[in-house]
Design a protein. Structure first.
Length: 490
């Protein structure tokens, strides 16, 4: 008696009918016990894995998963795997390789352009792997599905934290590291992916590898900001450092972009502040004004001397706002903003963002031209604008302009009205702005909604393109991972 017929006889005896136990090779669909009883055994894969976690295939769940924070694309997968252990992911990856199924990885679902979805493939929902362990005075280890807020809630009470923290700390660890992760401290410490000490990765061919600068080092460096193209991050370790108890936050208003950018460059050169970022906002009198947001860490017995820190800066005096915050409150400073957006109904609207990295020497003219041609209603969200130092960024595939300094410039758009036509209009505007930036030596920070072809991605990676292709063939030879970005067309 064959294994398949044995299984069919067993299921007839116990009367089970709804659990997913197989894969139909003809229809490329998942099969329940009832399906196996009503079709010839030869149409089913004979190597279907048994998962400790949950494999979900009902239409309601698949429809709900065919969405993300961008609310732009709806790619419907055939199944969602909620792994209980790393071995569940390994089994699914190996099965997908055998049956030509694509795989997308989802954390908290804050992608904006459908990157965590897959049409007709499998979504691995990492939220079920969210443990945080090994918190000591030197290191913390977190699974990929954990959120930064959960990690920091464990470390900050011990006066320990990370050199850089992404501005929005509800993001998942794995998703942030896959794209890089920028924050107020980036000008000193690069992206969050630059501050990993080790990773555990399941490659596209189903191997679980521990990697660090000293072990499987090429995979380690390639996964940081690598957009999930070579493997699935399942665990990451970070070195911890002492944290301050207080942060003095400064908000400075500028009415002139030249003064804003000059001061931003000076702040980078001097390095006196622990956080430097800012942006543009509509001026009540018309046009735009600029807001610098600075952070200085301190202890209550040695408070900062504001006059010394702000001396020589060309902001509009009298409009500055200065406040002291507990360190964790500073890290979670976007929480009240998010609640306001949710209350206003804006959080659930489409978000066709346009995040760019512009060479510093070309930034002023580019920003002035872009803002002059962008009505505030075409943004309906923040405009981020902060200068960065190239030497702080070391992740292999995190593309930045080649000048010593560059400006992170991002139109954090909200589509109003939230119609497909409006979304299309804004994404095409993103494409035009991106092309103008690329002509100046700029590139995108790949967390937005900028239409990209495989040829565009080749230009994005420039001299590293052939290395990326080689590594893709090595670690994900069947091109299963991260399909919706279209970097490597199947």
């Amino acid at each position: 008696m064959t294994n398949k017929s044995s299984r069919r006889d067993f299921m007839k005896k116990i009367g089970i009918g709804s659990l997913i136990v197989g894969f139909n090779l003809q229809s490329q669909s998942w099969a329940t016990e009832a399906d196996l009883l009503n079709a010839p055994p030869e149409v089913f894969a004979d190597n279907f894995p048994v998962f400790e976690g949950e494999l979900i295939t009902d239409e309601t769940s698949l429809s709900e998963a065919a969405d993300d924070f961008g609310h732009i694309h709806r790619y419907v997968s055939r199944a969602i795997l909620k792994p209980a252990v790393y071995q569940d992911i390994i089994k699914m990856v190996k099965f997908a390789n055998q049956h030509n199924l694509t795989i997308a990885v989802k954390g908290q679902g804050y992608s904006t352009n459908g990157e965590t979805q897959t049409q007709g493939g499998v979504v691995i929902d990492m939220v079920s792997l969210a443990d945080i362990s090994e918190v000591n005075d030197q290191q913390v280890v977190a699974q990929a599905g954990a959120r930064w807020i959960d990690l920091l809630t464990k470390t900050v009470p011990h006066n320990l934290g990370l050199p850089i923290v992404t501005d929005f700390i509800d993001l998942s660890v794995g998703g942030t590291l896959a794209v890089g992760g920028l924050g107020a401290q980036s000008y000193k410490h690069g992206c969050m992916a630059d501050n990993i000490c080790h990773l555990k990765v399941i490659t596209g061919d189903g191997r679980l590898l521990t990697c660090s600068p000293y072990q499987n080092s090429m995979l380690f460096h390639s996964m940081k900001g690598g957009l999930g193209q070579l493997g699935i991050i399942v665990e990451a370790g970070f070195e911890l450092e002492p944290t301050p108890s207080q942060v003095r936050a400064y908000q400075l208003v500028y009415d002139d972009l030249t003064h804003y950018l000059n001061d931003n460059q000076r702040l980078l050169d001097e390095g006196l502040f622990d956080g430097v970022q800012g942006g543009a906002e509509p001026d009540p009198g018309g046009g735009w004004r600029y807001v610098m947001q600075l952070a200085k860490y301190f202890e209550p017995d040695t408070p900062p001397v504001d006059a010394e820190l702000l001396d020589g800066l060309n902001f509009v005096y009298g409009e500055e706002v200065i406040q002291d915050l507990p360190y964790f409150t500073f890290l979670n400073r976007l929480a009240p903003v998010v609640e306001q957006l949710k209350a206003a109904g804006l959080w659930t609207l489409p978000h066709p963002w346009c995040p760019l990295l512009i060479p510093a020497s070309k930034a002023q003219a580019f920003i002035e031209d872009t803002l002059a041609n962008t009505p505030p209603n075409d943004v309906a969200g923040p405009v981020l604008m902060s200068m960065q130092q190239r030497e702080a960024f070391g992740s292999l595939f995190f593309s930045v302009p080649e000048e010593d300094k560059f400006v992170y410039f991002s139109l954090m758009r909200t589509a109003i009205p939230p119609t497909p036509e409006r979304v299309e209009q804004l994404t095409q505007a993103n494409r035009s702005i991106y092309e103008a930036a690329r002509a100046l030596g700029g590139c995108q920070y790949p967390v937005g909604a900028i239409p990209m072809s495989a040829r565009d991605w080749k230009k994005h990676y420039h001299r590293k393109w052939f290395l990326l292709k080689l590594l893709k063939n090595w670690f994900d030879p069947n091109n299963l991972l991260g399909p919706m970005r279209g970097i490597f067309k199947r």
